[in-house]
Design a protein around this ligand. Structure first.
Ligand SMILES: Nc1ncnc2c1ncn2[C@@H]1O[C@H](COP(=O)(O)OP(=O)(O)O)[C@@H](O)[C@H]1O
Ligand SMILES: [Mg+2]
Length: 431
């Protein structure tokens, strides 16, 4: 059975990167220069220089495959950018290095056991880069002939294609005809057809047709007619996570008497074989567990064991608690409270992101509120105050709009469930 393990393609790709946007949508990276030094204000990132630099160094080690199986703790008070830095890391990693982000509370779901949820998160964070040979057809289209029955129900066709050395005629099935039509392929186009998937790619117009004015647009790209064989083998590389391989194989094997744990063992040893044979490369990615103080002892002992496994990602945890239990085993990145200048910059960036104008006075008030409460609370006020301002048809948020928003949020407190960083009871407005 292990011989048929399939790796599928990109259909499940989107699961690996759970994107949490909203509050962090302004973060586009870590804002580091080529030497991994933090820029003062770049890619939506401001201040917290040491932690950003440390995050950049860790990413570099991940990319070089030098740090798998290690755990890192981002420790610091609420609203000091722990999650933001993790988002920046995710955006900095190449698209085929997996980055998985979970909140510890997600582990306690009703449908999965804690260890199964963590196992899945681990396996989403390990990539397998697989090299495969596929057959392609590459050449210049000489003639494309499609015959359609009167009702349009049946289609047949012939594709004549050539290189500088040969010419071949292929019979076309339904799907191929649709694919060629979708790409608007006509005689004189140089195309590649992937035989396994039927995917058609247009490379451009053949130089030999550069005088065919009517078939050209302003942006027509001209290419040489290929030489050699029309049909060739080509190496393609794609990356899937271990979790994706699990999902595909548990689906295709249906009701077999093999447990999930057995299936995973088989997949691991198959992947190991591929690695030996040079067909695959293991890419340990990053698993980010936010609010990690929510995990219980059982989860931590699972994490400890899982990190010792041969196939382990790097695990980054974030917490605003002491975490004495794990502190001595992990690398620690600390985040610190922001200086008012940093806070002001971050508020400005968020206002740009949300397309909101603040008066000078309200910027100063919001900055001082952030210092007294949390940055997150202050940033949350922006959109609320903007609605208040728009109601009175003003084009900038003033101090009174902020005051009303604070009032409104306080009133909502009774009816809504806030997280631990709910608006403090007594927000003082210093003006
Ligand atoms: N250094 C920073 N640069 C830009 N935005 C930041 C920075 N630090 C925090 N933020 C933003 O401030 C808010 C609170 O930060 P967050 O990352 O949620 O803090 P934590 O996870 O430490 O509690 C978020 O909207 C975040 O995107
Ligand atoms: Mg956070």
């Amino acid at each position: 059975m292990a011989a048929q393990i399939s790796t599928g393609t990109s259909e499940l790709r989107d699961i690996t990167r759970m994107e949490r946007i909203g509050a962090h949508s302004h973060i586009r990276g870590l804002g580091l220069d080529d030497r991994l030094e933090p820029r003062a204000n770049s890619q939506g990132m401001v201040g917290q220089a040491k932690a950003r630099k440390a995050a950049g160094l860790i990413l570099k080690m991940v990319q070089e495959g030098r740090i798998a199986g290690r755990a890192i703790l981002m420790a610091g008070p609420p609203s000091t950018g722990k999650t933001a830095i993790a988002m920046g890391m995710a955006q900095t990693l190449g698209s085929d290095v997996p980055f998985t982000m979970i909140a510890a509370s997600e582990v306690f779901s009703l449908s999965l056991s804690k260890t199964e949820a963590l196992t899945q998160a681990f396996r989403r964070s390990i990539g397998v880069r697989i090299k495969e040979e596929t057959e392609i057809i590459e050449g210049e289209v000489v003639e494309l002939q499609i015959d359609q029955s009167l009702t349009g129900a049946t289609k047949t066709g012939k594709l004549t294609i050539k290189t500088t050395d040969m010419e071949t005629v292929y019979d076309l099935g339904h799907k191929m005809i649709d694919a060629l039509r979708k790409e608007k392929v006509i005689a004189g186009d140089v195309i590649i057809v992937d035989k396994a998937s039927g995917k058609v790619t247009k490379l451009g117009r053949s130089f030999a047709r550069s005088r065919d004015y009517d078939a050209m647009g302003a942006d027509t790209k001209f290419v040489q007619c290929p030489d050699g064989e029309i049909q060739k083998r080509k190496e393609v590389v794609h990356t899937v996570s271990l979790h994706e391989i699990d999902v595909i194989n548990s689906r295709t094997q249906g009701f077999s008497l093999c447990s999930l744990a057995e299936l995973r063992d088989q997949i691991n040893s198959k992947v190991g074989e591929w690695k030996e044979e040079g067909k695959a490369e293991i890419i340990p990615g990053v698993l980010f567990i936010d609010e990690v103080h929510m995990l219980d002892i059982e989860c931590f002992s699972f994490l400890n064991r899982a990190l010792e496994d041969e196939l382990a990602p790097i695990v980054i945890m974030a917490s605003n608690r002491g975490m004495a239990r794990i502190r001595d085993r992990v690398l620690i990145i600390s985040t610190r409270p922001y200086e008012p200048e940093d806070i002001e910059q971050i508020i400005k960036i968020r206002c740009q992101e949300e397309d909101v104008n603040l008066t000078e006075g309200s910027l100063a008030v919001l900055t001082s509120m952030a210092s007294q409460t949390t940055l997150r609370y202050a940033l949350n006020l922006i959109s609320c105050a903007d609605i208040v301002a728009k109601k009175r048809k003003a084009d900038a948020v003033d101090v009174d709009d902020l005051r009303r928003s604070v009032q409104w949020l306080k009133e909502q407190q009774g009816t809504m469930i806030f997280d631990e960083e709910a608006p403090p009871q007594d927000v003082q407005m210093q003006i």
